[in-house]
Write a protein that binds this ligand. Structure first.
Ligand code: CU
Length: 210
């Protein structure tokens, strides 16, 4: 009825009203934009200031740098520090010109760090009566290892390039001594030998981790 007839005008009025409102709100709208600009500018300033501070911080103190930008080797350190402290074990093994060790059994607790000192109480040079200590992985064929040790030669202290060695000392002659430090392998019984040609038949023993 009237609404229908006046629909066009009404809508015009509404438009006009809206326009009026728009005009009215134009100033606040501009103001809003200005406010927004100010806020953005302030934020930019804050960002710039922060960046500047961070840059200064980076220069003077690395700790000021945001996380992720600087590598943190501390993490790795902490990890190793967190692992159970190992029990230190000292072992002494003597050898002589009679092609003998003074022990045929060495025992260490599980998860220990072993420092083994090998002493050659003989007088013969290492080329004639050299001794070493070679700890072999479980299941190693000692005879086969002995052959490879001969092939390795004295230049390599008769240590063959194989993956069946847990730890070994260098080859020493009469009157010398040498030490090695290694982590005890898993619980079990392992062979240790002197890898100088022909010695392992006499110079051998059991290394027991318990
Ligand atoms: Cu030997």
């Amino acid at each position: 009825m009237l609404v229908l007839d006046m629909a066009g005008r009404n809508s015009l009025l509404i438009m006009s009203d809206n326009y009026g409102e728009l005009r009215k709100t134009e100033a606040p709208s501009e103001c809003y934009h200005r406010t927004l600009k100010t806020v953005i500018m302030k934020h930019t300033l804050v960002l710039l200031t922060t960046t500047a501070l961070l840059t200064i911080g980076c220069g003077s103190e690395e700790r000021q740098a945001p996380p992720g930008l600087v590598s943190e080797p501390k993490e790795v350190k902490t990890e190793s520090e967190n692992s159970e402290p190992k029990q230190e074990v000292q072992l002494r093994l003597s050898s002589n010109d009679q092609m003998r060790y003074d022990k045929d059994e060495l025992r260490v607790p599980a998860n220990s760090r072993v420092t083994l000192t090998l002493v050659n109480e003989g007088q013969l040079p290492k080329e004639a009566m050299g001794h070493n200590f070679v700890l072999l992985k479980a299941g190693t064929d000692v005879a086969d290892f002995g052959m490879k040790a001969i092939e390795a030669g004295i230049g390599k202290d008769h240590i063959p390039s194989v993956n069946s060695i847990i730890a070994h000392t260098k080859l020493i002659g009469g009157g010398e001594e040498t030490s090695i430090t290694f982590d005890a392998p898993a619980n079990g019984t392992y062979d240790f030998i002197c890898s100088f040609p022909g010695h392992y038949a006499m110079m051998k023993g059991k290394f027991i981790v318990e």
